[in-house]
Every structure is written in structure tokens, then in C-alpha cells.
Design a binder for this molecule. Structure first.
Ligand SMILES: Cc1ncc(COP(=O)(O)O)c(C=O)c1O
Length: 397
């Protein structure tokens, strides 16, 4: 793969016709090392955020040994690329055959569940295995997060007692997991969830071996500047220390977005301008699903030499397909003189963006190139400073 030093240089030298995915392996490596060194427990990478075969070895080489997989295809993928890794199947509703294959063919021993039916299914599919780590997923609030995960999965506190007690009997190790929703903007999200976990443990009076605080760790986007990552780690550590769990119990987390958001950005070309609407060559069916469907605003930069000195205005984007729905409302702030033929870099697309790309309407992914410049923003500055409660290491957009 080619290595480039700047998106501007790439755009002016190559003038690519198709969108180009810009990969920053050093940014993913830095995020992985940060979690491995500073999270007060074990980070599991949530593969769904970006299952790229280029990315998985980077995380592995930087100390991420455990992977949260949520489909049998993800199990097979990670097992084939990282044969030594530990896989945890953290989808609470799985096909019987997927559990069976994961357990017997791929060595998966950790599964999540949020119902008695799923517990029975796991026990049957593993033929009553006695070496299972079973994590009961609790429903917690998504109030502090930008994308809710509070409806679909998770047992309510009022129904957790029986499920925890039954799971305890079937499991070698019992875990409790939750997800506070993606892009959690405050560490309080985890503190409140841990309060619920405490209540569940007390009510069921069971010994718990694993507390898994899930994903939700944030990245930086326009108008979404979270506190520093250490503030999350500190709050989680404090809450974990106060839980009624045994001295040997483990703390896990499942970051997706936080480990890969900075890994990739996208170089697009403007094909047409209509007022403040730009028709670009990638969109809702490409890497911009979240921009289109949940109104996510990604950072943008006009790549033109000499730089435009015209003031910024807000633009919306249309993607390349024929659908009206292929529209990203933004606003995306760019110099008011953007023209067809200009190139734009759209940043912070390593999480979910690249993973959700389709080939709809014939618009497929273009080239992938490696960059050695910095992403548009970073949550990670690795230095020798001891972690404090609220360090100011966030580089803003
Ligand atoms: C079970 C589970 N864990 C982890 C994640 C990763 O979440 P995030 O990308 O917000 O860190 C998800 C995302 O949907 C999830 O469903």
C-alpha cells in the first residue's frame, strides 16, 4: 500500500475520480496502547465498529488480545486473522448454530445473554459445557449518549434476579455487562449504570466474576467534545472498586468507536454545486451512513492550493446514488467558494463509517491509502504524565 504524507498532496497529485479511504495505522496503534496501558482492566475491541483486516493486526500488535464479536462471520474473521486471540460473543440473541460453531470450532467460551431462553440455548448448543463465562446484559440508560442502545437489549433490574441466579448455576464465571449507548458524553453514564449493577448484585446475592462496562467511549466530532478519556477510566475504576464483587473479579470494557474513529478519513470530490448543496462522490450508502441517517456532523476540510481565504458557510451534501435519502444535512462548514472539482477530506470516519459501506447503485469503495499525518482530532496523547481525574489532553477540531 502507498504511504502518503498529506491529503492535500494526494488530492493535487492524483486527482482521484473515486472516493479514497485514508488510513492512519499510527492513530489506531496509539488508541490501542492508550486503552491497554490506562484502562484499569481489560479492553475488548468491538469488531463491528471496523472489522477491516488491516486494522485487526494493528490492534493485536499494540496489546489488544480480546475481541467482542457479535456474529458468526465476525467470529470466523477474527479467528482467521488473529488465531491466538480470545473471542467473546457479546450479542444477547444468537442463532443456536452460531453458538455451537463458536464454541466447538473456534474456542469461544464467553457469551452474553439477557433472557432465560438465551441461557437455555447456550447451555444446549454447548452441550452443557462447564467452562463458560456468561455475561448477563442489563438494560441501562442511554441518557448521556448520542446514539441510544437502551431499547433493544438488556434485562431490567426488576427481572435480573432470577436470570442472574440461573446463569450463576450454569456458568463457570458469571459476568454482568451493559452498554451506556455510543458516544457517551459524560463519565456519569458509567457511574449511573454501575449503580444499577450494584443493586442487581445485592438483590440476587450472587458472586460476580466479571464486570463489563461495554462500549460508548467517545471520540471528537464538531460540537461533540467530550471530557478526556482518563476521566472516564477514573470514574469507572472508582465505581468498580465500590461494587460488592470478589477481590479477584475482573473489569472489562468493549470500546469500538474509541479505538478506530481516528483510524480513517475519506477524500471525496465535489461533482456539482447547487447553492449551498454539494454533490459529492460518497454518501449514505458509502461511508456516510451516520451523517445521513442520524445527522452526525463529521469534520471537513477543503483541500485546495492555494488555500481559500473566503469565509466559511454551512453546506449540506448529496451522495452519488439516485436516492433523495442519500443526503447529509450537516451543516458542514467550508469556504463559501467551493467548486465542482474541489476535493474535501471528511474526518473521523474510522468507526462505523467505513464498516457500513455498501455497493448500492454501483458506487463502490475506491482506493485505500496509508497516511502518516495526524487525524483531524485525537483523544490520545501518550506522555509520561501520571493520569489525573480530568487532564486536558484533548486536541480539538
Ligand atoms: C455489545 C456492544 N459492545 C460494544 C459496542 C461498541 O460500542 P462503541 O462503538 O460505542 O464503543 C457495541 C456497539 O453497538 C455493542 O453493541
Amino acid at each position: 500500500m502507498h504511504k502518503h504524507h498529506s491529503a492535500l498532496g494526494l488530492a493535487t497529485a492524483l486527482r482521484p475520480v473515486q472516493p479514497v479511504t485514508l488510513l492512519r495505522p499510527h492513530a489506531a496503534a496509539r488508541a490501542a496502547r492508550f486503552f491497554v496501558e490506562k484502562f484499569p482492566g481489560r479492553p475488548l475491541y468491538a469488531v463491528k465498529a471496523n472489522p477491516s483486516p488491516d486494522l485487526l493486526p494493528i490492534l493485536w500488535e499494540n496489546g489488544v488480545t480480546h475481541y467482542d464479536v457479535a456474529s458468526i462471520a465476525e467470529v470466523r474473521l477474527v479467528r482467521s486473522i488473529l488465531p491466538e486471540s480470545t473471542l467473546c460473543f457479546m450479542h444477547p440473541v444468537k442463532a443456536f448454530e452460531a453458538i455451537e460453531e463458536a464454541y466447538f470450532e473456534h474456542g469461544v467460551r464467553t457469551f452474553s445473554l439477557d433472557s432465560i431462553e438465551e441461557l437455555d440455548k447456550i447451555v444446549a448448543a454447548t452441550k452443557g459445557a462447564e467452562d463458560l463465562t456468561l455475561c448477563v446484559r442489563m438494560r441501562v440508560s442511554s441518557d448521556h449518549s448520542k446514539l441510544s442502545l437502551a431499547s433493544k437489549f438488556g434485562v431490567e433490574l426488576t427481572e435480573a434476579k432470577e436470570l442472574l441466579q440461573r446463569t450463576r448455576q450454569a456458568a463457570d464465571a458469571l459476568g454482568i455487562c451493559f452498554h451506556v449507548g455510543s458516544q457517551a458524553m459524560s463519565p456519569q453514564a458509567y457511574v449511573q449504570a454501575m449503580d444499577k449493577v450494584r443493586a442487581a448484585i445485592v438483590q440476587a446475592a450472587v458472586t460476580v466474576d466479571v464486570i463489563d462496562v461495554g462500549g460508548g467511549f467517545p471520540s471528537i466530532y464538531p460540537d461533540m467534545e467530550p471530557p478526556a478519556m482518563e476521566a472516564y477510566f477514573h470514574a469507572i475504576h472508582k465505581a468498580f472498586e465500590s461494587l460488592p464483587v470478589s477481590y479477584s473479579s475482573e473489569l472489562w470494557c468493549e470500546p469500538g468507536r474509541a479505538l478506530c474513529a481516528e483510524y480513517a478519513s475519506l477524500l471525496v470530490r465535489v461533482e456539482r454545486r447547487r447553492g449551498d448543496e454539494l454533490y459529492i462522490n460518497d454518501g449514505a450508502y458509502g461511508a456516510l451512513f451516520d451523517a445521513a441517517h442520524v445527522g452526525w456532523r463529521f469534520p471537513v476540510k477543503l483541500l485546495r492550493e492555494p488555500e481559500s481565504d473566503v469565509r466559511d458557510i454551512g453546506f449540506s451534501f448529496y451522495g452519488p446514488t439516485c436516492d433523495d435519502m442519500d443526503r447529509m444535512a450537516g451543516p458542514f462548514n467550508l469556504p463559501a467558494d467551493v467548486q465542482p472539482g474541489d476535493y474535501i477530506e471528511i474526518g473521523m470516519l474510522g468507526a462505523y463509517g467505513c464498516a457500513m459501506r455498501t455497493g448500492f447503485n454501483g458506487f463502490t469503495a475506491g482506493e485505500r491509502v496509508e497516511m502518516d499525518d495526524e487525524p483531524m482530532a485525537t483523544m490520545y496523547v501518550i506522555d509520561d504524565e501520571p493520569a489525573t481525574a480530568v487532564p486536558s489532553n484533548v486536541i480539538t477540531l
